[in-house]
Design a protein around this ligand. Structure first.
Ligand SMILES: Nc1ncnc2c1ncn2[C@@H]1O[C@H](COP(=O)(O)OP(=O)(O)OP(=O)(O)O)[C@@H](O)[C@H]1O
Ligand SMILES: O=C(O)C1=C[C@@H](O)[C@@H](O)[C@H](O)C1
Ligand SMILES: [Mg+2]
Length: 176
């Protein structure tokens, strides 16, 4: 059976999994357009994510995120790095699953805490104990990422280039 090479590739996973870093490299390798939902929300609204959280709360941010995803899913040929919480809405999970090849980038909370410790741009991690927060988020969201994913790639063992190789290997496993 011949199936088209996936037009859109969607990267999901927790903060620090490497969605933005890996997505950019992957897009270049595949000559696809790279979009990062977090950056796109900041660009469209002219304010940073922490400011959106401050003014509208997480709920306002989630609404903007959902609207953006619905828009972007109409496009073809994207590598889309998503925000870590995009899978919380079932509508988003359905859109992701039906409009592209979804890759869950997974890593242990300890590693995610280490990778995000110097960056204050993630409001959900601006707490006294980010590791405990990441463990809680991992427990809640890991099943949601797995529900939506066509492939799961562990990001704890290699550099971003190696994660890209692992994603390319998963894509080439698609029956085509
Ligand atoms: N495979 C990797 N090996 C080592 N460091 C990595 C790897 N992937 C990402 N990093 C580093 O981890 C940090 C977080 O990566 P990145 O911003 O890409 O995560 P993210 O999944 O996009 O997070 P968020 O959901 O908050 O947007 C960056 O400093 C990046 O350089
Ligand atoms: O995991 C999350 O809920 C978030 C992750 C980031 O990518 C941003 O989308 C925002 O900081 C929320
Ligand atoms: Mg990112």
């Amino acid at each position: 059976m011949t199936v088209a090479f996936p037009e859109n590739i969607f990267l999901v996973g927790l903060m620090g999994a490497g969605k933005s870093t890996v997505g950019r490299i992957l897009a270049r390798r595949l000559s696809k357009r790279f979009v990062d939902t977090d950056h796109e929300i900041e660009k469209r609204n002219g304010v940073t994510i922490p400011v959106i959280f401050e003014i509208e709360g997480e709920e306002g941010f989630r609404r903007r995120e959902q609207e953006l995803l619905a828009d972007l899913a109409q496009e073809q040929g994207l590598v889309l790095s998503t925000g870590g919480g995009i899978v919380l809405k079932s509508e988003n999970r359905e859109v992701l699953r039906n409009h592209g090849f979804v890759v869950y980038l997974n890593a242990r909370p300890e590693l995610l805490a280490d990778r995000t410790k110097h960056d204050r741009s993630r409001p959900l991690l601006n707490v006294e104990d980010p590791l405990t927060r990441l463990r809680e988020l991992h427990a809640v969201r890991d099943p949601l990422y797995r529900e939506v994913a066509h492939a799961v790639v562990e990001t704890g063992r290699g550099a971003p280039q190696q994660v890209v190789q692992a994603i390319l290997a998963e894509i080439s496993l698609i029956d085509r």
